[in-house]
Design a protein around this ligand. Structure first.
Ligand code: SF4
Length: 207
C-alpha cells in the first residue's frame, strides 16, 4: 500500500470515528491533507468553523495566513502535510479536553509514522505539548528540538498558532521570523544548534 493509500485509509477511519463525542456536533471530519512524502508536517490544534464546513485543515483566516507564511519561505502548500491534534471541531472552538486529545491521538501518530517528515512544526500549545510536554511556547517558539517519537527522531519546531498572530501584532512579527527558520532547518545541517537547545532544556529541568 502506498503512503497516499494509507493516509486515505486513516481518513476513512476518522470519518467513522465515535471514540469521543465531538463527531456528534461536527459537520465534517478534518483528517488533514497534503503531500504524503512531505519533508515538513504542520500540526495544528483542531478544526474551526470553516474547516468544519469544508472538511479541510487551515482554510479560514488562520489558513490564509498560513498560506502567506509559506509563500514567504517559497514553499507551496501542496509540498507539505497539514494535520491537527483532533479531527472534529469542538463546540464554539473551545479548547479540546485531555480525554478528547487522547481519544484522537492514534490518528495523528499513524499519520506521522507514515509520512516520516524531517521537520514537525507545531502550531499552538496543544500540538507543542504532544511532543514537548510542559514547555512554554513563549520560551521556545521558533527553536528546534530533537524529539524521539514512536521509534524515530524528529526535528520539532514549536510555533505560535496563526490565529494568535492574527490577534496580536507582536506574535505576527515573531511567527514571520520563526517561519524563516524552517528553510534553514531544511537546507542546512543545524545538528549542533539543536543539540545545544536539547541540553539547555535538560539543565533547566535539573535546576
Ligand atoms: S475528534 Fe477524534 S476521537 Fe473524537 S470522534 Fe473525531 S476522530 Fe474520533
Amino acid at each position: 500500500m502506498t503512503k497516499a493509500e494509507k493516509l486515505k485509509q486513516i481518513a476513512g477511519r476518522v470519518a467513522k470515528c465515535t471514540r469521543c463525542d465531538l463527531y456528534k456536533r461536527a459537520n465534517k471530519p478534518v483528517p488533514g491533507e497534503g503531500n504524503p512524502g512531505a519533508e515538513v508536517m504542520f500540526v495544528g490544534e483542531g478544526p474551526g468553523y470553516h474547516e468544519d464546513q469544508q472538511g479541510l485543515p487551515f482554510v479560514g483566516a488562520a489558513g490564509k495566513l498560513l498560506d502567506k507564511l509559506l509563500q514567504l519561505i517559497e514553499v507551496e502548500r501542496k509540498e507539505v502535510f497539514i494535520g491537527n491534534v483532533i479531527k472534529h471541531r469542538t463546540e464554539n472552538n473551545r479548547d479540546p479536553l485531555p480525554e478528547e486529545i487522547e481519544a484522537c491521538r492514534s490518528f495523528l501518530d499513524e499519520q506521522i509514522q507514515i509520512i516520516k517528515p524531517k521537520i514537525i512544526v507545531t502550531l499552538g500549545r496543544f500540538s507543542m505539548n504532544k511532543f514537548l510536554p510542559g514547555e512554554k511556547i513563549s520560551r521556545i517558539h521558533g527553536q528546534a528540538r530533537y524529539v524521539d517519537f514512536l521509534g524515530k527522531r524528529y526535528i520539532v519546531v514549536p510555533m505560535y498558532h496563526p490565529a494568535a498572530a492574527l490577534r496580536n501584532g507582536r506574535i505576527m512579527e515573531e511567527i514571520k521570523e520563526d517561519f524563516q527558520k524552517i528553510k534553514v532547518f531544511l537546507e542546512e545541517n543545524p545538528e549542533e544548534e539543536i543539540m545545544e537547545k536539547n541540553r539547555e532544556d535538560k539543565q533547566l529541568k535539573l535546576v
